[in-house]
Design a binder for this molecule. Structure first.
Ligand code: PBG
Length: 338
């Protein structure tokens, strides 16, 4: 008589053996998610005691600097290592050249100084690009045809990066996709003695429709109108080109590289990690967040489960960390789980 579990034709290898119990699943788990994997992007605005919800990003608010300090305190308590700041600039300060980006008393440098004073141990990352500051919503200065002019834009980005470095930022993250900007920013930082300022290059940044809610959040969508960013951000069809971009940014002095968007581009994350073996990050962008939140709010997906599964997917693809609007939700969940 054969045992009830065993047929005449038994398999040589039983993959399910290790999946049977929590202990052996835990033993062979290849990746995990911790708070230290997270970079939390936050939208900031002028004033005090100001908080405004972002309609297309449920759970995300724009906050004034005083409230930002409270967010920062929670990040420190939960072990989130880095905050990424994005400014909402008043329309009256937007110009064709976006020069407000270089104002030493602007919203961003004031936020950086306040954060570094209150929480010196918390890493602060700032976006280097002009789109929150330009009246046309492009990431740089444009010519009469609306084409973003590379080298004059780079000069402005260098001034922006130096302004943030002077305020004490830990990481500058050029997100503009101009050619040569990493080298220019690195040279300027060195020349001014900011040798410790790290550069996280948005190296493989695609011209993606997944950025829609972000452009609502910083208020650049209305400035941009029907224009797109296809002449500088990458074509979603390409991935060899992403490797060239990453190679250039590393050669120009980037400390870390990033792929953006995230989940639809995990193949690119893996290729970059395999090819270069450098600190590699992914940005789970606003539209990805909006998709998951919307489905969860409708009861169509389990919020916490898809959130954590998406993080594991990033880790499995080779990301060292993830910029995600879920960062606080994730860190709170991890803490609650002990
Ligand atoms: C600015 C910038 C964008 C994002 C980050 N930095 C928008 C864009 O390039 O249009 C998108 C982030 C997100 O969608 O969450 N250059």
């Amino acid at each position: 008589m054969t045992h009830p579990h065993v047929s005449a034709q038994f398999p040589n290898v039983r993959m399910r053996r290790m999946r049977r119990d929590p202990f052996s699943r835990a033993l062979m788990r290849e990746n995990n998610v911790t708070a230290s994997d997270l970079i939390y992007p936050v939208f900031i605005l002028e004033g005090t005691q100001q908080r405004e919800p972002v309609a297309s990003m449920p759970g995300v608010e724009r906050v004034s600097i005083d409230l930002l300090l409270e967010v920062a305190a929670e990040c420190v308590a939960l072990g989130i290592p880095v905050l990424a700041l994005f400014p909402v600039i008043e329309s009256s300060k937007k110009t064709p050249d976006g020069v407000e980006a270089t104002n030493p008393d602007g919203l961003m440098p004031r936020a950086v100084r306040a954060l570094k004073q209150a929480h010196p141990e918390l890493g602060i990352l700032t976006d280097i690009a002009l789109d929150p500051y330009t009246s046309h919503g492009q990431d740089g200065l444009i010519d009469e045809n609306g084409y973003v002019i590379n080298d004059v834009t780079t000069d402005m980005l260098v001034r922006q990066a130096l302004c943030h470095a002077a305020a004490g930022v830990d990481v500058v993250a050029p997100s503009d996709m101009m050619d040569g900007r990493i080298g220019a920013v690195r040279a300027a930082l060195e020349a001014h003695g900011y040798i410790h300022t790290r550069i996280m290059a948005y190296s493989a940044k695609y011209a993606s429709a997944f950025y829609g809610p972000f452009r609502d959040a910083v208020g650049s969508a209305k400035n941009l109108g029907k224009s797109d960013k296809n002449t500088y951000q990458m074509d979603p069809a390409n991935s060899d080109e992403a490797l060239r971009e990453v190679g250039l940014d590393l050669a120009e002095g980037a400390d870390m590289v990033m792929v953006k968007p995230g989940m639809p581009y995990l193949d690119v994350v893996r290729r970059v990690k395999d090819e270069f073996k450098v600190p590699t990050f992914a940005y789970q962008v606003s539209g990805e967040y909006a998709m998951l939140k919307a489905a969860a709010l409708n009861g169509w997906l389990d919020h916490d489960k898809v959130m954590m599964e998406s993080m594991l997917a990033f880790k499995r693809a080779g990301a060292n960390g993830v910029l995600t609007y879920f960062a606080l939700d994730i860190a709170r969940l991890l803490k609650a789980q002990g």
